[in-house]
Design a protein around this ligand. Structure first.
Ligand code: T4K
Length: 370
């Protein structure tokens, strides 16, 4: 086995020397935050990269989700997936909104549109789906339901940097989409996030909300929060953008190698990428079925023993955490697919720089665990 520990991910960083001129500028101008030059340039560069018109940068995706809900004045109940990182639903609780969990599709692992309608009540105001692992949701199916019931859609697109369909970035769907630039994501600014929004008016409102609700020096128009991205994070983002395409290409090679080497192992299956989309290979999830020679958790423990640290994203389900499990929609009978997947899932290491020899060792270990 590899001599060093191998984690589920390892952040991509630009050459340190390339950062120095940016730091020099920050030291020279003493503009550290509150929408300085790098902040503005990074917003513009991201708009260009995604082919969208309006982006609001944030400190992280969680605060961005909380603010997105405020921006659209969402209240009551919101339909969402239990199969995600807990931040998705926490953003609802922070706004006093009741999450209503709906089961996922067994192939995409995203919110199943066929199950949404029966969860709608007179209190439902929005849907918050997640493009899980960067695999696009059934955006058209979800939009049809939202249109029929006059619901807003906020996509948790934390995993979806760079994912495209035939028409361009999938971030253009819904009313708002929220990205994460956390260290563990395909694109990182250490911490960071963004909201993609459809028009200038919404951008102005979100920018006010992430700045305490301030407009000018003496006016406060809303009970906002501090969600502003600093100049350091924005400068890093500008630099990271220069390397993102090669990082995605590296990830694709690792994804392809895993698929090839894991094919045919009894009891192991890979989650398929959507053939119609440009993927970002953010995660490499496999399912460990009953026919495999040991349980998912035994394989997980064995790999850790050997210095390989996969993760069980997303186990347990959000709906199983104490602050959610009392909800009627959190009952296991309501979420059989999500429950089964969460018990079988294992996300293998994937990141630029992961040696092919290590990918090979990981696959050998999975093929011959005993
Ligand atoms: N929505 C969704 C669907 C999300 O997945 C997330 C976050 C959010 C919303 C909220 O986004 P942010 O507010 O964070 O922007 C991680 C991340 O902390 C979290 O951002 C992410 N999803 C979630 C899926 O994973 P942990 O607790 O698993 O991270 P941690 O610290 O165990 O890191 C995993 C591995 O990555 C480590 O074993 C080693 C490596 N690592 C990690 C960090 C932080 C590094 O090598 N360097 C690092 O600095 O939650």
């Amino acid at each position: 086995m590899s001599k060093e520990n191998i984690f589920v991910t390892k952040p991509t960083l630009p050459p340190l020397n390339d950062l120095i001129p940016y730091l020099e500028k920050i030291w020279e101008t003493r503009v550290l935050t509150n929408g300085g030059e790098f902040h503005q340039k990074f917003e513009a560069a991201l708009c260009d990269y995604f082919g969208v018109h309006h982006i609001c940068l944030f400190t992280n995706a969680t605060i961005a989700l909380v603010t997105a809900l405020q921006a659209l004045r969402i209240t009551g109940e919101v339909i969402t997936t239990p199969y995600s990182f807990v931040a998705t639903s926490h953003s609802l609780l922070w706004n006093g909104i009741k999450p209503v969990f709906v089961d996922i599709d067994p192939h995409s692992l995203n919110l199943d549109p066929a199950r949404i309608e029966s969860a709608i009540t007179p209190h439902t105001t929005a849907i918050m789906p997640v493009h899980c692992y960067g695999h696009p949701c059934d955006v058209n199916g979800i939009q049809r339901i939202a249109d029929n019931y006059n619901l807003k859609i906020i996509y948790d697109a934390a995993h979806a940097f760079g994912v495209q369909d035939a028409g361009g970035s999938i971030l253009r769907y819904g009313d708002l989409s929220v990205l994460s630039f956390h260290a563990t994501k395909v694109f990182n600014t250490f911490e960071g996030g963004a909201i993609i929004c459809p028009d200038e008016k919404t951008k102005v409102r979100i920018d006010q909300l992430k700045n305490f609700g301030h407009v000018g020096e003496t006016t406060v128009v809303a009970p906002g929060i501090n969600g502003k991205m600093s100049e350091f994070n924005a400068a890093l983002g500008l630099l990271q953008l220069q390397h993102i395409d090669s990082a995605l290409a590296c990830r694709q090679k690792i994804d392809e190698a895993y698929r090839l080497k894991l094919a045919g192992i009894p009891g192991i299956s890979c989650i398929q990428n959507s053939g119609e989309c440009v993927a970002n290979y953010a995660y490499f999830p496999i399912l460990v079925h009953q026919e495999y020679s040991m349980t998912r958790d035994a394989l997980y423990a064995l790999m850790k023993e050997k210095g390989i640290h996969p993760r069980r994203y997303f186990y347990p389900l959000i709906s199983q955490f104490p602050m959610y499990r009392g909800l009627a929609s959190a009952h296991p009978d309501n979420l059989p697919v999500a429950l089964e997947i969460s018990q079988k899932i294992l996300c293998l290491p994937i990141y630029p720089g992961l040696e092919m020899s290590v990918v090979d060792e990981i696959c050998q270990l999975i093929a011959h665990p005993c």
